[in-house]
Design a protein around this ligand. Sequence first.
Ligand SMILES: [Zn+2]
Length: 417
Amino acid sequence: MKTVPAYYEFAGTDSFPVNILELRSEGDKTALILDKTIFYPGGGGQPADRGSVNGVPLLDVLEKDGEILHIIESGDGGRLAPGPAELVLDLKRRRDFTVQHTAQHLLSGTILRLTGKHTVSMHLGEETNTIDVDAPQIDPESLARAEDTVMDIIETDVPVIIHLCPPENIADFPLRKTPPQGEEVVRVVEIQGSDFSPCCGTHLETTGRIGMLRILGAEKYKGMTRVSFIAGRRVLQDSRVTRQNGETVSRALKVPVAETGKAVLALIEKANQFEKQVKELEETAAHGKAKNLLHKAKILKSRGRDAENKEQNSAAPEKLRVFSINYPASEMEDLLRIGRAAQKLTPTVLVFFSPFLFKFAAFCSAENADIRPLLKDRMEARGGRGGGSASFFQGLFDSAEDIETFVASLPEEADSL
Ligand SMILES: [Zn+2]
């Protein structure tokens, strides 16, 4: 049954009387067929309207096989019956999408005039909108020029005219895109004198009602450029959020809002320097700690520089000594830092283990040594899991007992290869 569309003429908050002709199942929902409707069923990139039928909220409105279906929850079907009903439109949402949609026509038409590039597809979202422009890239200056030109046309308050044109006369219009085929009448939306586009959506009567348009950004998308934008009150909302953020940063950094960008970059630079310094201090501390540990475990014989160097420079022994060191770290990163520092002090095999973490890490800086044969089988025999390279190996056990048994199984010396 053909529903008479009244959505182009009606955009008010009053209730609108109609007749429900039929209720039917549509998937797990219920669809209503009305004699006429004020709800735009979606199309041309514009989402469907929302609202209610006798107070029952609409989930969706869509066109299917030439009918307009008004979708409600199945459970709500019992509250409605064929006969007279009142429709109420969610006017705020309709107005918002009408603004975004008209702004999209204006932006696409302006980009075409300024750059010669066509809009291939568009999407109007609940928060932001996008157009895909058939250009591998659009430079920021061109986008800023498009934004300024759009604002000029908004301020001039140019009429938006709807032409209902028989398909045979469609060539009379310099259309920006191909009209749909098989229509009895083609709706052509004209932004007076500058843009002609076939479109079935809802539009404002003049460009002034768009209020403002803001391009949010442009990114590469499938060989094209996806330009995102907002219009109308969304620009106000966006500006409020941006201003609030700017003021928060301004108060925190004690600089004017206009200088917050520069101040944040300087702060990040400073934080990076601090981070670098902290890392260096950690490395120095780890070196000292590792040296103490090795002395206590009698791995380094004396605190003298000569003794250390002697041990480091001595020719690689045929057998490598193996030392296990109980280092009760609560974080693996700490254990690894100590291990890496200790590795620089001696060419022996060092096995640092933490009974708290049930983990160990082994290090060996002797040239050509491979510590894997020493560790892998012993680890797996106690249910441990892990792996590594010739000079670094780490593993994990299920209990403190397992890791202690593993450590006890290590020989005092190992083959150097
Ligand atoms: Zn349109």
